[in-house]
Design a protein around this ligand. Structure first.
Ligand SMILES: C[S@@+](CC[C@H](N)C(=O)[O-])C[C@H]1O[C@@H](n2cnc3c(N)ncnc32)[C@H](O)[C@@H]1O
Length: 284
């Protein structure tokens, strides 16, 4: 690629970055009901309107908040990758604001599981037992599950101490603390028999050998008729997004380094190798 073409492409891509930041800024203003400088606010509204006609108008407060957490996490993760490209592979995010933002955004997974259970009576029964949140991070999903499922007992596992410290504080402040346990434990060392009715595994964040070992452990740890819910990324539809994903997109590089992207088929293959009879797939 010649330099003028490269520069033109760089400018085109920078437009996406600015658009993403503008949507986040508009969500932030909307959430905190903050008065911006009128000139800045007008430009922000015009920018968001140009990218997403209707802007944030149709969203309720919870949806605006979810959108803001999502933008916060991705901006933080991208900044971390940009500033420290020499860092080791694996989950290395430390910024509490970014970790918390991901946690808040991932509470949506619990809501999705509860929605899935609306027309799946066996899954609904699993929501009254014991839930294992693998890679619990800052412990945002675990109390959310306890909140939405009043008799559910929850165990959250993680190995990343900066997140675990936030998780312990988060759970301690929750009214459901008595039903939520946070453990520093590697999922590949899980050694429990038929102990859980439901498990959540966010596959893209684990290197493939770790995820395969996790599936084996979970097959043993799940009770008969238990459910495993596996989180996956949706395949981007645009050419650039698909190429980034295939080679390790910002998200995947920042989160799991050398991990190849999981497809729903490969999860199902690995699940059946692990003798998991049933799995629900929630594509992110
Ligand atoms: C996407 S983050 C989880 C976000 C989480 N839902 C939250 O609310 O913060 C993925 C997590 O998996 C954890 N993880 C990675 N490998 C793991 C392993 N072998 N055992 C347990 N947790 C692991 C990482 O430390 C990271 O916190």
């Amino acid at each position: 690629m010649d330099f003028p073409t490269f520069q033109a492409e760089l400018r085109r891509i920078s437009g996406h970055v600015q658009a993403f930041a503008a949507i986040g800024a508009a969500a932030r203003l909307s959430q905190v009901k903050q008065q911006a400088h009128p000139a800045v606010e007008a430009r922000l509204i015009a920018a968001v309107e140009a990218i997403l006609p209707g802007g944030l108008d149709g969203l309720d407060a919870q949806q605006v908040s979810d959108a803001l957490e999502y933008v916060t996490f991705l901006m933080g993760e991208a900044t971390e990758l940009f500033q420290t490209p020499d860092r080791p592979p694996g989950w290395v995010l430390r910024d509490p604001a970014v970790l918390r933002a991901l946690g808040q955004a991932s509470r949506q997974n619990v809501r999705s599981i509860v929605t899935l259970a609306n027309d799946r009576p066996r899954l609904a029964a699993s929501l009254a037992g014991r839930f294992l949140d693998v890679g619990t991070g800052v412990g945002a999903m675990a109390p959310e599950a306890a909140e939405l499922c009043p008799s559910l007992q929850v165990v959250g596992l993680d190995i990343w101490e900066p997140s675990l410290a936030l998780a312990r504080a988060n759970v301690a402040a929750s009214p459901h603390a008595a039903r939520v346990e946070i453990r520093a434990q590697n999922v590949t060392q899980l050694d429990e028999l038929a102990a859980y009715t439901l498990a959540w595994l966010a596959a893209p964040f684990l290197a493939r050998p770790v995820a395969e070992a996790a599936l084996d452990r979970l097959a043993v740890a799940l009770a008969p008729n238990g459910h495993l819910v596996v989180g996956l990324y949706a395949m981007p539809t645009d050419k650039a997004g698909a190429a980034l994903t295939a080679h390790g997109s910002c998200t995947v590089v920042a989160m799991c380094g050398t991990s190849p992207r999981w497809s729903s088929n490969s999860v199902l293959e690995a699940s059946s190798r692990s003798r998991l009879a049933r799995s629900h797939r929630r594509v992110w």
